[in-house]
Design a protein. Structure first.
Length: 362
């Protein structure tokens, strides 16, 4: 009986890309139907965004952070982490190398580090744009004018996870931060014409399954262009050190449902997934994901960018990661994209499919 209704919900999701909250909750809880969910997400991924995998070169340019999120190893009260901050010239040099490895996008990620003033950031953005690269920023909450300045300097995309839609949980885990301000940031970024990436953590202490359904509905309401989902991984150097890790399978389910409801967006196979499962990124690519973000940070900085323990690739070079991920993607029959990997809007693609006599993807 339960299987029948799950099959109905899956069929509805695959054809209409709309679900009620209670239907999402049912899918999140249906462990027995996991393979059907993953197969549906994989079909939708293939139909809307194809077999290409977009690679983004990740530059972790500063692990200093003025915030104090309870789950995160970069939180300002964590004295165990050795702090670093890369000079603009070094960041631009890493971006140049990333281009050499064939990446078309670099993701500039850091804690909320005030050393990078608006002028410094804009200068870095302009210099990297001049290399012909697409620039994604992941540097936290900023005032509207700052987002505008980054955009005018040429930034194309911005990543800012909502982390959780449960306001009370957010306020308990992110002291001094306002959930409403995070939402304001996401709306600002959208209005300024960025491609906006958001996402959530799965398995935070006290997080309920209903709130994961709300997370997915929020991604849809925001018209997110990219959604990154990752399991919470307990970090011993934080106040949540003793908490249980999030689940790999539940993270995959959240990601797969996200693919069903936002069929044409970009979804990364996240690093945290591979931390919990040796094949985590490849499995994610077969369950809805179409993006991988290999690290292009060099040397000891990778290890020092310690959001959570067990992070993959900390002893590897950018060149090694590039060939490693290329081999893995090829091994599952997928291709590395040669484009810049902007969101392939369903409208345009649907028209394309209709003209070739196939089902429209509206
Ligand atoms: N486990 C998993 N992901 C984490 N992040 C921060 N701390 C952890 C953790 N302990 C994620 C947050 C943030 C991103 C950069 O890293 O979701 O948005
Ligand atoms: Fe800073 Fe982001 Fe970590 Fe929070 S999650 S402490 S804002 S780096
Ligand atoms: Fe870094 Fe495989 S991607 S070692």
């Amino acid at each position: 009986m339960e299987n029948v209704s799950i099959a109905t919900i899956l069929a509805k999701a695959e054809t209409t890309h709309r679900l009620e909250k209670r239907e999402i909750v049912a899918l999140l809880q249906a462990d027995a139907c996991e393979s059907e969910l993953y197969a549906a997400a994989d079909r939708v991924r293939r139909r809307f965004v194809g077999d290409d995998v977009h690679l983004r070169g990740l530059i972790e340019f500063s692990n200093r952070c003025g915030r104090n999120c309870l789950y995160c190893g970069l939180r300002r009260d964590n004295a165990c982490v050795e702090r670093y901050r890369l000079a603009p010239d070094v960041i631009v040099r890493l971006a140049t190398k990333a281009r050499g490895y064939g990446y078309r996008t670099v993701v500039l990620q850091s804690g909320e580090d005030a050393w990078y003033t608006v002028d410094r950031m804009c200068d870095i953005i302009r210099r990297i744009k001049a290399l012909g690269l697409t620039v994604t920023l992941s540097v936290g909450e900023k005032p509207t004018e700052v987002y505008r300045a980054y955009r005018q300097a040429g930034a194309d995309r911005y990543l800012l996870r909502i982390e959780t839609t449960d306001r009370d949980l957010y306020h308990a885990l992110d002291p001094g931060m306002e959930w409403e301000n995070r939402l304001r940031c996401l709306r600002d970024l959208k209005a300024l014409g960025y491609e906006v990436g958001t996402g959530c953590l799965v398995g935070l202490p006290g997080q309920r399954i209903e709130s994961l359904a709300d997370d997915i509905l929020l991604f849809q309401a925001l018209d997110a262009d990219m959604v990154g989902v990752g399991p919470f991984i307990a970090n011993a150097d934080t106040p949540l050190g003793g908490a249980a890790n999030g689940s790999f399978d539940l993270s995959c389910r959240v990601m797969a449902i996200t693919r069903l409801l936002l069929p044409d967006i970009n979804i990364p196979a996240t690093t945290a997934m591979e931390t919990l499962h040796p094949n985590g990124r490849l499995l994610a690519l077969q369950r809805g994901a179409n993006v991988v973000m290999p690290n292009v940070t060099e040397g000891d900085y990778r290890r020092k960018y310690a959001l959570y323990p067990g992070k993959i690739c900390i002893g590897d070079t950018p060149a090694h990661c590039r060939s490693c991920i290329t081999g893995k993607i090829g091994a599952i029959g997928r291709r590395i994209s040669q484009g810049h990997g902007f969101r392939a809007r369903a409208g345009a693609r649907g028209a394309l499919l209709e003209s070739s006599g196939r089902e429209g993807a509206a």
